[in-house]
Design a protein around this ligand. Structure first.
Ligand code: R5P
Length: 280
C-alpha cells in the first residue's frame, strides 16, 4: 500500500497507478499545541511504501509519523521514497561547530524503515548516511519527454556539477550538443555564471539542473546568452522555487519551464513515478 506525505500526494497517486498498489488514506489533525496527529485508513496493512518529499521541517516530522504509523498498522516491510530529500545539501560541516545535517536526518529516517530510495539527491553520497539499504533513483532522462522538435538543440548545464544531467537529457532526447557554464557562488542567493564555450546563436537551448531554488543560477545563465538563443527552456528535477524564483526566470526571458513532480509545483509536469516504480 502507498502512503503519501502531504507534500507528495500527486506523485504518490501516480505511483499507485503505475504499480497497481492501493493508495492509503491519511487524515491529519492538530492538537491544541499545534502538534500534528496522523491517522491511516485502513488502520492495518501488510507492506508500506511511504512517499514523502521532505521539503520542510514539518514534512520531516510527518514522514517519521507515517513510518511509525505503518509499523503500528502491522506493516512487515516499510519502504521510504524520498522524491526530494531535504537537508541533503548539508552533507558536510562547512564550518567548525556545524552539523552534518544530511547524516542527522538520514539516521532519524532509518529508524522507521527497512530501505530507502532517494531521487536525484544533490550529493549522491547522502545514501551512505542511512543505516538501512539506500539507493539512488535517477530520473533525469524523463526531462526530455516534453521537449518538442528543437532546432540545433544545446543542452546546457549552468555549472560543471550539472554537466552529467545535461548529457543524460540530451541522450534521452536523441540529438543535440552538450556544454556547461562556469558558476561562482557568492552567497545563498548570489551567483555569477560565465557563458559556455558553445555559441547559443540561433539554437533552442535547454538549461538543465538538478535544483532550481532561488532561480539565481538559471537567471544568470540566461542573462549570459544576451538574447542570442532562439529559445530558452529551463528543465530541472526539483523545482523548489523559493522566494520569487519563478518570476525571476520569467523576467530573465525564459520561454518554458518544467520540472518533475518530486516537488509539487505548477511546473511539475514530468512524473518520476515510472522511474520509482521500476525500483520497488
Ligand atoms: C547547486 O549546485 C545546485 O545544483 C543548483 O544549481 C542550485 O541549488 C540552484 O540554486 P539557485 O536556484 O538558488 O541558484
Amino acid at each position: 500500500m502507498i502512503l503519501s506525505g502531504s507534500r507528495s500526494q500527486s506523485l504518490a497517486a501516480a505511483l499507485a497507478a503505475e504499480t497497481g498498489h492501493e493508495l492509503a488514506g491519511a487524515s491529519r489533525d492538530r492538537f491544541p499545541d499545534g502538534e500534528q496527529l496522523v491517522e491511516l485508513d485502513p488502520p492495518e496493512l501488510d507492506e508500506a511504501v511511504v512517499v514523502a518529499s521532505t521539503v520542510s521541517d514539518a514534512a520531516h516530522v510527518e514522514l517519521l509519523q507515517l513510518q511509525d504509523a505503518a509499523r503500528e498498522a502491522g506493516a512487515s516491510r516499510v519502504t521510504t521514497v524520498l522524491p526530494y530529500m531535504g537537508y541533503a545539501r548539508q552533507d558536510e560541516a562547512f564550518e567548525p561547530g556545524q552539523p552534518v545535517s544530511a547524516r542527522a536526518v538520514a539516521r532519524a529516517l532509518s529508524t522507521g524503515t527497512d530501505r530507502v530510495f532517494v531521487v536525484e539527491p544533490h550529493e549522491p553520497g547522502v545514501c551512505e548516511h542511512f543505516e538501512v539499504p539506500a539507493e539512488l533513483v535517477a530520473p533525469a532522462g524523463l526531462l526530455a519527454e516534453p521537449l518538442g522538435d528543437l532546432t540545433e538543440p544545446l543542452f546546457l548545464a549552468p555549472d560543471a556539477g550539472a554537466a552529467d544531467l545535461a548529457e543524460t537529457v540530451r541522450d534521452a532526447y536523441g540529438r543535440g550538443a552538450v556544454d556547461h557554464c562556469e558558476k561562482t557562488r557568492h552567497s545563498g542567493s548570489e551567483v555569477t555564471v560565465e557563458p559556455a564555450g558553445t555559441g547559443v546563436g540561433g539554437r533552442d537551448v535547454v538549461l538543465v539542473d538538478d535544483i532550481v531554488a532561488t532561480g539565481s543560477t538559471m537567471s544568470q545563465a540566461i542573462a549570459g546568452m544576451a538574447g542570442d538563443a532562439a529559445s530558452v527552456t529551463v528543465a530541472c528535477v526539483h523545482a523548489l522555487f523559493a522566494r520569487d524564483a519563478y518570476t525571476k526566470l520569467r523576467r530573465a526571458g525564459v520561454d518554458a519551464v518544467y520540472a518533475t513532480d518530486t516537488v509539487e509545483r505548477p511546473v511539475s509536469e514530468v512524473s518520476v513515478a515510472p522511474a520509482v516504480a521500476d525500483r520497488l
